[in-house]
Design a protein. Structure first.
Length: 201
């Protein structure tokens, strides 16, 4: 069983007034991406509007920071919207849900404790529930109150050791991306842009 955690970002966009009346959400999103970013338009979106964080160019990362932070001090900003897609044998079985954040890496890291208590992701909705049963992590995607999008299996079972390896690997990937984000520290008057937009809970 090959397990991967993929950091996915929901890119912020400036809302152009002439697009407000568009009813085709896919086309509207395509135009917003095209107008706001120079290279993202050449990338494949996942779950319709999420992009691999590692594939975003340096110039588009800079634009994403600018649009996400807007006129707030960066220390008052939440992390980038998005989260972590779970891939099993090269197929996505779980995507970040609405209002998910890249800072959810801190929740995934709870599983590094072999005796972790069952938990939900605190920001996204609906939220999967994670619990350990034997040598497996059982992910319950209960859609009683709100459907998962896209439609997700109600129960996903993952080998614990394989998932731990995936968590450690994605943390290494995030550290590399953090170095790129931190090149903008002086511009945003902070010790670490990455701490604010990825790691801060």
């Amino acid at each position: 069983m090959k397990i991967e955690l993929v950091p996915l970002i929901e890119l912020p966009t400036f809302k152009f007034p002439d697009l407000n009346e568009m009813t085709d959400s896919d086309e509207k999103n395509r135009l917003l991406i095209e107008r706001n970013y120079s290279d993202v338009k050449n990338l494949k979106p996942f779950n319709e509007h999420q992009y691999k964080l590692s594939e975003i160019s340096d110039s588009d990362l800079k634009k994403a920071i600018e649009l996400h932070v807007s006129d707030l001090p960066i220390t008052e900003s939440c992390a980038f919207f998005g989260g972590y897609g779970l891939k099993i044998n090269n197929e996505f079985v779980l995507f970040p849900q609405c209002c998910g954040l890249l800072s959810e890496i801190n929740d995934w890291k709870k599983m590094l404790n072999v005796n972790f208590e069952p938990f939900y992701l605190p920001e996204c909705h609906p939220s999967p529930k994670f619990k350990k049963v034997g040598n497996e992590v059982v992910i319950e995607c209960d859609s009683t109150h709100e459907d998962f999008y896209p439609k997700t299996k109600s129960v996903i079972k993952v080998n614990y050791e394989s998932l731990i390896s995936a968590i450690n690997n994605v943390c290494i990937e995030l550290e590399e991306i953090s170095k790129k984000l931190d090149t903008f520290n002086s511009e945003y008057e902070t010790e670490s842009v990455a701490d604010n937009l990825i790691w801060k809970e």
